[in-house]
Design a protein around this ligand. Structure first.
Ligand code: TXA
Ligand code: MG
Length: 323
């Protein structure tokens, strides 16, 4: 398959992307979090192609992206008031609501589960595309299974060229990490995946406690230990341990740090922003670049454990997970 590169700011290209989705083809699309691999959510044959292209197990559920609130009721039932409160506060935006699925939603979309993840994405080109095509799309991140999520169109092509009909280039992603997933189907409101919207922000809107269990039974592909991994092994280290490892031998290493570390003897080094949002926006991109330097290891300085850094900590822990 010859993958077409389309530009999100060209109306003719948006039309082309809409037509491809309507025909049941896969189109990688920009979102405000990471790039997604989209198929018409109402077409199970199209959705099945996503699993093929990603090499993702069929029982891993997908998030459905809707262009307007009216569509929520096409995909979910028994929608609690909390869902509407959160939608009013955070949609369009990086928050996925886990709800009970409507009976006619194909089990291909939900990996056979009775629940469904739904969000309204904030990227203007994607919203325009979905409104124009009058459809919702099922879309996981546009990376091969377990690899880094792409935050640039060029990175999508790196992993998916030849496997998708088109990539819609909408520029670098604003947040750089996947959406927060909040489960509204149980008695307790729980965050299943940390993301740009924090527990505190959710609590302020809901006026009740939102927990973030470290371990949960819910099937979230990001919930497997090793995930979001570059090909090069990643080591997450405190500053002293990182500098000691650099000094220990002349192995070719890449170093990603954020504080004023006196880094020497590194084959490649990059300083990331010291704010949580700035760091998150850069993280996958910098891991991707470091992965291309022909180094033996990527050493990452352990970032702060302070509030606001939960999603960064979560992704780094998984990137540095060694079996
Ligand atoms: O920001 C995002 O959420 C990006 C962009 C493209 O929207 N999407 C994304 O999709 O990260 P994906 O498939 O890479 O991760 C979605 C996560 C998976 O871990 C999946 O298991 C979980 O959402 N998920 C989806 N539906 C679910 C369900 N019904 N129950 C539990 N987890 C679900
Ligand atoms: Mg993913």
């Amino acid at each position: 398959m010859n993958t077409e590169l389309l530009a999100a700011d060209k109306p003719a290209d948006l039309n082309r992307a809409a037509a491809l989705l309507q025909q049941g083809a896969l189109v990688a699309v920009p979102t405000e979090t990471v790039y997604g691999l989209a198929a018409n959510a109402a077409d199970p044959t199209a959705v099945a192609k996503i699993f093929q292209a990603k090499g993702r197990p069929a029982d891993h559920p997908l998030i459905v992206h809707i262009p307007d609130l009216a569509m929520l009721e096409q995909f979910a039932i028994k929608i609690p008031a909390t869902a509407y409160q959160l939608a009013a506060a955070f949609w369009p935006g990086p928050l996925t609501l886990l709800l009970h699925k409507a009976p006619d939603v194909s089990p291909v979309v939900t990996g056979g589960l009775e629940t469904i993840g739904i969000r309204m994405p904030a990227h203007p080109a994607l919203l325009a595309l979905l409104q124009q095509a009058r459809l919702a799309v099922a879309a996981p991140s546009a990376n091969p299974y377990k690899k880094l999520s792409p935050t640039r169109a060029s990175q999508v092509l790196h992993g998916m060229a030849g496997k998708v009909a088109a990539v819609l280039d909408g520029g670098p992603c604003q947040h750089g990490l996947e959406s927060t997933i909040v489960d509204l189907t149980g008695e307790q409101i729980q965050i299943l995946r940390s993301g740009p919207i924090s527990a505190t922000q959710l609590e302020q809107v809901l006026g009740c406690r939102v927990t973030t269990p470290l371990q949960h039974q819910v099937k979230v592909s990001g919930n497997v230990g090793a995930h979001y991994q570059p090909n090069t092994p990643v080591y997450l280290l405190a500053p002293e341990a990182l500098l000691a490892r650099l000094a220990s031998s002349n192995a070719r290493r890449a170093v990603l740090y954020y504080s004023a570390l006196p880094v020497t003897n590194a084959a490649y080094q990059q300083q990331l922003p010291a704010t949580a949002a700035g760091y998150a926006q850069q993280l996958y991109h910098q891991l991707f670049l470091a992965d291309q330097q022909g180094v033996a290891e990527i050493l990452v300085e352990q970032p702060p454990h302070s509030p606001g850094w939960e999603a960064v900590q979560d992704r780094l822990r998984r990137a540095a997970h060694h079996e």
